[in-house]
Design a binder for this molecule. Structure first.
Ligand code: DHB
Ligand code: FE
Length: 279
């Protein structure tokens, strides 16, 4: 059966793409952010995943406001990036793990998640940039399965629902008749708000408590509804739902192996965690 080697949760910000392209990794503004990924990359070299299930929110590249699925799973042979309007350079395409895609779609449907299945899918910065931070050569030694959770157009799925989706993904991967090693990657958050009166809002105490909760008390964030999470983390900070789903996939216990937290990258509190299933 397949094995989940662990989960990585990270922020995603379009400006990271420009910084990579302009090779600004050692500039004072960027260094504390990029340095955080060194340990994650060395852990990846040890655990050698074959496939990555990427939990992220699309921001209008693949789905626009006219059609917005709560949960969508990619089942394409190949996923390409395209111009999103941020001016970030596009990066090489990703190979889909279609066997795992269809297994996940079947198992999640059996677990009563009603999904949108995408046999063609563009992937945006929330998918591409975390991948480029983890594999800077951009030669992608892994196959991928994209899973989108809507955090862009309200109403968005509740924290409890996202936790359960993550749990169901974990169960499905562990029941997959394959000897592949699977990484769960959740991208979004942490606190940030891009528009309105609270533009620039960041909540460090909340972010740190949320990061602690993922190992100590992983259902902690499910005590709040979406409006309350927006109040605490900002309108885009609700992307933290991806972290919760990724953690859910690890099952009951998880160990924190590494973390980084840096304010700000663009308008965002940038966080990173590497977690392994409980031994
Ligand atoms: C920013 C953050 C995001 O999560 C995003 O999707 C776009 C922009 C930012 O801080 O600039
Ligand atoms: Fe975002």
């Amino acid at each position: 059966m397949a094995e989940i080697v662990g989960a990585i949760t990270t922020s995603h910000v379009p400006a990271i793409g420009k910084a990579i392209f302009q090779q600004l990794q050692d500039e004072p503004y960027w260094k504390p952010f990029f340095d955080g990924y060194v340990n994650a990359r060395s852990w990846l070299r040890d655990v050698r995943p074959d496939t990555v299930v990427v939990l992220y929110n699309d921001h209008g590249l693949n789905f626009f406001l006219d059609k917005m699925p709560a949960f969508a799973v990619g089942a394409a042979p190949r996923y390409t990036h395209a111009d999103e309007g941020w001016g970030i350079p596009t990066i090489p395409p990703f190979t889909g793990d279609q066997d795992l895609s269809w297994h996940l779609i079947q198992q999640l449907t059996d677990a009563e998640f009603d999904l949108t299945t995408c046999q063609e899918m563009l992937v945006d910065h929330a998918f591409t940039l975390p991948m480029a931070l983890l594999w800077p050569e951009q030669d992608w030694p892994v196959q991928v399965v994209p899973v989108c959770i809507n955090t862009v157009q309200f109403p968005v799925p509740s924290a409890r629902r996202c936790w359960k989706l993550g749990e169901a993904i974990g169960q499905a991967v562990r029941a997959w008749d394959s000897d592949k090693r699977v990484l769960i990657l959740g991208t979004g958050g942490l606190s940030h708000q891009l528009e309105g009166e609270r533009a620039g809002f960041i909540n460090k105490p909340f972010d740190l408590a949320f990061m602690d909760s993922l190992t100590a008390d992983p259902l902690w964030a499910t005590q709040w509804n979406s409006a309350e999470l927006v109040e605490k983390a900002g309108t885009q900070g609700i992307e933290l739902l991806m972290w919760l789903a990724a953690r859910g996939a690890l099952g009951e216990g998880a160990r924190e192996l590494h973390r980084n937290y840096h304010i700000p990258i663009s308008n965002t509190a940038a966080g990173l965690m590497v977690m392994a299933p409980a031994a």
